[in-house]
Ligand binder design. Structure first.
Ligand code: PMP
Ligand code: GLN
Length: 388
């Protein structure tokens, strides 16, 4: 037998994702799962019914068209126009994917070559590191540091080299909850234009900004032709299991991403595509209520974690609050999260796994607040036992 490892070396060390590990731990121990970011109630009943109707009507039960069904591509284009004033041609500038996860993979595999450098905010969402590695490229972290988790734009400039191909942006940012300001986005866009860089922007939490607004980088001058924007129905409509995501961008970019995508899944989620087309057209009230609900839950969990002795960094967006555990006399987030179910029946995510330099995030732990209020209250009550 060859001694060569079976797993492609670019994936060495990337064992089971932290979300899978921690959700399995929650199930095995019967703990409250504030780890993986999925809502514990399903999205709107009418959207669920739309999926049932499609399934029964035989819509999407066989391979849908490669770029996605026209109804959904049109609805995605309308949504980009309605919320962000961005105009996309549903036929050439929109691509439906198997969740944002496939969109990220297809974009990075399509646009990167071995030796290219990608600058991304650290802590990174876990699939970024894996997909950059699968493309043979190199990730270059721009670390967001506590307590503000703002990007240092001078540092960003200093990280750009002749090998830099792409900036990987994520706003609202998982796990810190940072929402980039118009000024930060303008500075990032100016650097992209100056150095002729591509931008891939992950905006799956576009409807979850509390108090401020989400600004898509694609709207800025010079960005339309160099930006691949990614979003997903999973978060916005609370159907994370449906895995319907999408890409919007200039035709050349979408064609490149589609070329890679067609050899990943080819197509997915046929009947759900019809349902998501309806979901995207829900009235503004749906989006406002969804945001207000998560805003309340954010406040509840931030206050509860603070009362339980954590240092909670209030997120401006997303499903997540990052905390520091040092006030509890703890140092190591990974150890803390592995012991938490036994100690008090709660599961959380150690942010260290999202850093190239685990020391930088060693004492940080992420909690999800996309859960019922009673569940959040019970979790807080349990976490309060840690301090006594
Ligand atoms: N990007 C970020 C920042 C996420 O938090 C997630 C998890 N929802 C994804 C991408 C993946 O999205 P999807 O479930 O649509 O694949
Ligand atoms: N996006 C979810 C989170 O950050 C997890 C999705 C997954 O398990 N890959 O928690």
């Amino acid at each position: 037998m060859s001694t060569r490892p079976l797993l492609n070396r670019s994936l060495a060390g990337m064992g089971t994702t932290i979300f899978a590990e921690m959700s399995a731990l929650a199930t095995a121990t019967g703990s409250i799962n504030l780890g993986q970011g999925f809502p514990d109630t399903d999205g709107p009943e009418e959207v669920r019914e739309a999926a049932v109707r499609a399934l029964r009507a035989g819509l999407g039960n066989q391979y849908p068209p490669g770029p996605g069904i026209p109804e959904l591509r049109t609805a995605i284009a309308e949504h980009q126009q309605r919320f962000h004033g961005l105009t996309f041609d549903p036929d050439t500038e929109v691509l439906v994917t198997a969740g944002a996860t496939e969109a990220i993979a297809a974009a990075l595999l399509a646009l990167l070559e071995p030796g290219d450098e990608v600058i991304a905010f650290e802590p990174f969402y876990d699939s970024y590191a894996a997909c950059i590695a699968m493309a043979g490229a190199r990730r270059v972290p721009l670390t967001l540091r506590a307590p503000s988790f703002r990007p240092d734009l001078d540092e960003l400039r200093s990280l750009i080299t002749p090998r830099t191909r792409l900036l990987l942006v994520n706003t609202p940012h998982n796990p810190t909850g940072t929402v980039l300001t118009p000024e930060e986005l303008a500075a990032i866009a100016a650097l992209a234009v100056e150095h002729d860089l591509l931008v891939v922007t992950d905006e799956v939490y576009e409807h979850l900004v509390f108090g401020g607004a989400h600004h898509p980088i694609a709207a800025l001058p010079g960005m339309r032709e160099r930006t691949v924007s990614i979003s997903s129905a999973g978060k916005t409509f609370s159907f994370t299991g449906w895995k319907v995501g999408w890409v919007t961008g200039a035709p050349e970019l979408v064609t490149a991403v589609r070329t890679a995508k067609q050899y990943l899944t080819y197509v997915s989620a046929g009947p759900f595509q019809y349902a998501v087309a309806e979901a995207l057209r829900l009235p503004d009230g749906y989006y406002a209520d969804f945001r207000a609900d998560l805003h309340r839950k954010r406040d509840l969990l931030v206050a509860g974690l603070t009362a339980a002795g954590f240092r909670a960094f209030e997120p401006q967006g997303t499903f997540f609050v990052t905390t520091d555990i040092t006030p509890l006399g703890e140092k190591d987030g990974l150890e803390f999260c592995r012991s938490l179910p036994a100690r008090c029946g709660v599961v959380a995510i150690p942010n260290a796994v999202f850093y190239d330099d685990p020391e930088a995030g060693r004492s940080q732990v992420r909690f999800a607040f996309c859960k019922r209020e009673g569940v959040l209250e019970e979790a807080v009550a349990r976490l309060k036992r840690l301090a006594v």
